[in-house]
Design a protein around this ligand. Structure first.
Ligand SMILES: [Cu+2]
Length: 496
């Protein structure tokens, strides 16, 4: 039985057998994990037969990248950015040429990506969303590498599918260090692609020069959570060098990812709440593969794609460049994988997990893979070194929660790999105390008696790793920035 059959059959069996919803989800999650593990075998010499069967050259492995410097992976916040203030929505779009991995087990690649209003996504090869409201005047200043440090060495451009302007005047090549102003009214609501239109356009888009522009319709009903997901392909060339044009032409990507890094939301699940209304904005940036976007364990109540409103939908079909949004709730506590249901593409990295706050973290989720760890690679600032699987606590901070992948750990040197996935600054303070984490005080801040470690302030979207030697006993992990503890940023932790 092929791997694909196994997965499909186990999915069906779980449902047909009428198991409890929780067990069914778990089975699917397990299937998903084992499935993708099998796929990574294809990238090793031992998996040559599998590789031959899929007739694609696997990207060079990380071990082939000796001496190549690259950025460490950083979590990409999937929360949709807010619409900027002001009558005219102004965006400065810059370009950066950098070296990053797009999958933890594969060699780094040269990526060309956009920076939106100074915000970049180092350690991945994606570009952030631009978000406005229907009817807004949009003013884009496109700069092709505002400083030398951005490494740009060729012309680039930007093409907005959301705009109605003359391409020959606006989507033109801009020399390194130069800029162009593009102004338009966002007349049409939807999720539109933006991308580099410089020739060869296949090369520029495959290198990461594409992203999502959301034009929110008038009278869009509020929801509890808005997330963004851009699916894109990567075609790896020599380690640290530009992407492989032949693979692009043959449509044989090494990696297909959501938001610029294979499986990042599988190893760092997105925490949501059971019962809340979720709106996910999805773009299939391509450049060449379709997306069959699907969330396992729910049905989309409504879908809005390319002007078509749908309902009661299992999967949305997106041609390259198409986008839109799906709305749904996750009724029961649990872990809900989201994927492209084109499974041959999913196993290249297009999978993630929505994790409800009341459920345990899925089995198999471990601390983030230590990026930048190729033999001979120089360690970069802020990079976490190699981490033992058994002694790392993965903590997500946000408004207003602290979410751990485990509530207990054996005594000894413990690594707290801490990610601020929220919109404001947070910190993680570790207190040794017999008191329950929820009963430390009622003020804007609480006493830090028994403090044994802290991360210090972590800006929104940033990460910090600290190592603390902890003896057995009870601990409270809190954020003690004024109001955050009272808001809910506290959790109990036991060292055995
Ligand atoms: Cu370009």
């Amino acid at each position: 039985m092929s791997v694909t059959d196994k997965n499909t059959v186990s999915e069906r069996l779980a449902l047909v057998a009428g198991l409890s919803a929780f067990t069914a989800f778990l089975a699917i999650v397990v299937a998903l994990f084992s499935y993708s593990e099998s796929s990574s075998v294809a990238a090793t010499p031992a998996g040559n037969q599998v590789a031959a069967a899929t007739s694609r050259a696997p990207g060079p492995p990380l071990s082939a990248a000796e001496g190549v410097k690259f950025e460490p992976y950083k979590f990409v916040d999937p929360t949709l950015p807010a619409v900027p203030a002001g009558a005219v929505k102004r965006f400065t779009v810059d370009v950066e040429q950098h070296v990053t991995q797009v999958s933890p087990d594969l060699a780094p690649t040269e990526a060309w990506t956009y920076r939106i209003n100074g915000q970049a996504t180092p350690g991945t090869a994606t570009s952030l969303p631009i978000v406005v409201n229907e009817g807004d005047s949009v003013s884009i200043k496109f700069v092709n590498g505002s400083t030398k440090s951005l490494g740009v060495n060729m012309p680039h451009s930007i093409d907005f599918h959301s705009a109605e302007v003359a391409p020959n005047k606006n989507y033109v090549d801009v020399m390194p260090g130069k800029s162009i102003d593009i102004n338009f009214d966002a007349k049409h609501p939807g999720v539109f692609m933006y991308h580099c239109a410089t020739q060869p356009v296949l090369m520029h888009t495959s290198a990461g020069m594409m992203g999502m522009m959301v034009v929110k319709p008038k009278n869009l009903a509020p929801v509890d959570r808005e997330l963004w997901m851009t699916q894109e392909e990567y075609y790896l060339g020599e380690p640290g060098k530009a992407a492989d044009m032949e693979k692009m032409a043959a449509e044989t990507p090494d990696v297909i990812a959501f938001n610029g890094y294979a499986n990042q939301y599988k190893t760092h699940p997105i925490t949501v709440k059971a019962g809340e209304k979720i709106r996910m904005y999805v773009l299939d940036a391509g450049p060449s593969k379709w997306s069959a976007f699907h969330v396992i364990g729910t049905v989309f109540d409504t879908t809005h794609f390319e002007g078509v409103v749908g309902h009661d939908s299992q999967t949305v079909s997106l041609a390259p460049s198409q986008g839109g949004w799906v709305e749904f709730t996750l009724d029961a506590e649990g872990n809900y994988p989201f994927v492209t249901h084109a499974f041959g593409d999913m196993v290249k990295g297009a999978a993630g997990i929505l994790h409800t706050s009341g459920a345990p973290m899925p089995a198999g989720v471990t601390a983030p893979v230590a990026s930048g760890a190729a033999a001979g690679a120089k360690k970069m600032p802020g990079m976490s070194g190699s981490m033992g699987a058994g002694n790392t606590v993965h903590a997500n901070l946000g408004e207003m929660f602290i979410k751990l992948n485990t509530a207990s750990m054996a005594s000894g040197l413990i690594t707290f790999d801490t990610h601020n996935i929220g919109a404001v600054g947070h910190e993680l303070v570790i207190l040794k105390t017999d008191k329950a984490a929820a009963s430390l005080g009622s003020g804007a801040t609480v006493p830090e008696a028994g403090r044994v470690g802290e991360t210090g302030d972590i800006a929104a979207g940033k990460s910090k790793t600290i190592k603390v030697k902890l003896a057995s006993g009870h601990y409270a992990l809190i954020c003690n920035i004024a109001g955050h503890y009272a808001g809910g940023m506290r959790t109990d932790f036991t060292v055995k």
